[in-house]
Design a protein around this ligand. Structure first.
Ligand code: ADP
Ligand code: MG
Length: 249
């Protein structure tokens, strides 16, 4: 059983079947890429995993529990974090303040659940945020204005904001879209470092095959809302069904 088990998921937008009978199993501690032509349903699938969309039918199990019917913040507390296509950071705040925000949110969430032992002091939170920045090699940028950083650094900061919540599953929707090659390579290195340092599962939607082949252990090809193939990177190259999906774009 995978940490994430998607079974028979369907999602329609009016007359358009965006997802048709999607089955997907992601093994714990692996990097699993989801690729496919534009409009294949990749983002829709991701939105169904984080509670932003509700499938019309099917099941989504994470770590043995159903995510369906839960609100996005509840799913986040279950251990799923998402990185957006455009970095979602607080541009008016400093780098460290950005990392502290999810720590406070998590602390206050834990407080509401009466998990008193989980309540951290502000000093603990500063230390936690500094440790996180060190982990993503950004401690030297601690006091920088987040809005004035490069796109690559904004992505790195956003990653830190996700990781400081200790997610079990990190979802990335085209994390290198619009990036220059150097920033793309930095992102690949960063994700590899993160993978080496902690137990984490990653599901990554990506157009850039260089990124996919650098990171993924399994690849699912989605076309017209349905998974066509699931394979290792070696076996996906030149796969006739994959060529068909892209040529039909
Ligand atoms: P991908 O991420 O693979 O490019 P999407 O999941 O964004 O594809 O979209 C899949 C299909 O669903 C597309 O045809 C898209 O136009 C349609 N779609 C996505 N979101 C909505 C929505 N909120 N309302 C109507 N149609 C949508
Ligand atoms: Mg998309």
């Amino acid at each position: 059983m995978g940490i994430l088990e998607v079974k028979g998921v369907n999602k329609r937008f009016g007359g358009l079947q965006a997802l048709g009978d999607v089955n997907l199993s992601i093994k714990e501690n692996t990097v699993h890429a989801i690729i496919g032509p534009n409009g294949a349903g990749k983002s829709t699938l991701l939105n169904c995993l984080v509670g932003k969309l509700i499938p019309d039918s099917g099941s989504v199990m994470f770590d043995g529990q159903s995510v369906l019917g839960r609100k996005p913040h509840e799913i986040n507390q279950m251990g799923i974090s998402r990185v957006f296509q455009t970095p979602e950071i607080f541009t008016d705040l400093s780098v460290i303040e950005n990392v502290m925000i999810p720590c406070f949110a998590k602390r206050d969430g834990a407080f509401r659940l009466h998990a008193v032992e989980a309540v951290a002091s502000e000093k603990d939170i500063v230390e936690q945020a500094e440790q996180m920045l060190a982990d993503v090699n950004m401690l030297d940028k601690r006091n920088m204005h987040a809005g004035s950083m490069s796109r690559g650094d904004k992505r790195r900061l956003e990653m830190a904001m996700c990781l400081v919540q200790n997610p079990k599953l990190l979802l990335l929707d085209e994390p290198t879209a619009g990036m220059a090659r150097a920033d793309t390579n930095n992102t690949i290195d960063l994700l590899k470092e993160i993978k080496e340092k902690r137990d984490i599962t990653m599901a990554i939607i990506e157009h850039d095959m260089h990124v996919v082949f650098s990171l993924a252990e399994r690849i699912t090809v989605l076309a017209q809302g349905t998974p066509l193939v699931e394979e290792t990177p070696e076996n996906i190259k030149g796969h006739p069904k994959v060529r068909e999906a892209y040529l039909g774009e």
